[in-house]
Design a protein around this ligand. Sequence first.
Ligand SMILES: *[C@@H]1O[C@H](CO)[C@@H](O)[C@H](O)[C@H]1NC(C)=O
Ligand SMILES: *[C@@H]1O[C@H](CO)[C@@H](O)[C@H](O)[C@H]1NC(C)=O
Ligand SMILES: *[C@@H]1O[C@H](CO)[C@@H](O)[C@H](O)[C@H]1NC(C)=O
Ligand SMILES: *[C@@H]1O[C@H](CO)[C@@H](O)[C@H](O)[C@H]1NC(C)=O
Length: 354
Amino acid sequence: MRILIFLTALATALAQRTPSISWIQKEQVVDIGSSFELQCSVQYAQDYPVLWVKRGTGDTQDLPISTGPTLIVRSSRYALRHDSGSSTYILQIKDIQESDGGEYMCQVILGINNRISASTNLLVRRPPVISDNSTRNVVVSEGDPVNLECYAGGMPQPNITWRRENNAILPTGGSIARGNKLQILKIRKEDRGTYYCIADNGVGRGARRNVNVEVEFAPVVKATRPHVYQALQYDMDLECHVEAYPPAAIRWILKQESLVNNQHYRVSQFATADEYTDTTLRVLSIEKRQFGNYSCVANNKLGQSHAVVQLIESITPVCPPACDNLNFSGDASRTVTSPALAALALVAAVFHRI
Ligand SMILES: *[C@@H]1O[C@H](CO)[C@@H](O)[C@H](O)[C@H]1NC(C)=O
Ligand SMILES: *[C@@H]1O[C@H](CO)[C@@H](O)[C@H](O)[C@H]1NC(C)=O
Ligand SMILES: *[C@@H]1O[C@H](CO)[C@@H](O)[C@H](O)[C@H]1NC(C)=O
Ligand SMILES: *[C@@H]1O[C@H](CO)[C@@H](O)[C@H](O)[C@H]1NC(C)=O
């Protein structure tokens, strides 16, 4: 019995001499500019150095901050307290900066190759920053699969969401999608436009990147009016609307002949946006052979398309544009370019004299 008590006492005495770390602060998330205390409680460590060490990351080395009650690093932002009652070493950090984030280690050095340690993380809140490896702009062909990717740093780890300009519906459905990747299996030309990658972690206002998605597609050509009527000797406009990306080369064709600007035709084009062009063919002072089927042909590297405008002879002139160079408000001195109207004017003048 006596021996047992003796052994127990001896064991206790031996145990008392073995230092240990009984408690260390849990991982904490703090704001930039705030203050914070890191606490580490040790037992039976009076005879040993107790250190606070900031762990290095990658290219930086471990940095011992304090030993026992003494700061090693001189910084007005660090202060040290020792609560001898609970044998707690308290490292206070004021005006927290982003670089203060990281792993802090409480260490008791028992010998050259003998140390005990415990560590905790200090996480400093940071607003999201979208990483450079996120998709910027993409140019794809209609029908292609498209992968938009977006990554962001920040503390805590930001959530990524996708939206489209004007809250348009995403090709994947709905107006909002979550996750780093937005995968479009087969892009349509209607899916082109600006996409937003939004990173949010509750710190600050979040970050946004605009991702421009250009979809190249073969031309789509429509005749504004497929049948137009005009009388002989008058001018008439034929119009086509072309949708294409990249912009298409546009030609007007009559009887297999490409039409160019001359005394019979005037071709004009007006781009209303990157991918929309209106083209007008003005047929000047129409002759009999100019009635017929005109094609407006558009082609780009993805293909070719056309529409037909039929110019049909009418008895009476159609305004506009027939009246463009006439003035019915009574200016008799005006020259009338159309022979038909000139004849009319002549008849009128003759009647006037009678
Ligand atoms: C993008 O970069 C971030 C760091 O900026 C990294 O964490 C992430 O893994 C990278 N993603 C890819 C797919 O490369
Ligand atoms: C990310 O989204 C989830 C689910 O909506 C939410 O619970 C979490 O708090 C968000 N994280 C951040 C950092 O905002
Ligand atoms: C133009 O096209 C129409 C319909 O496609 C056809 O009926 C007509 O004969 C054509 N006219 C000429 C001059 O080829
Ligand atoms: C038509 O005549 C009126 C009055 O004489 C003049 O103000 C106007 O500019 C003319 N229009 C054209 C298209 O010549």
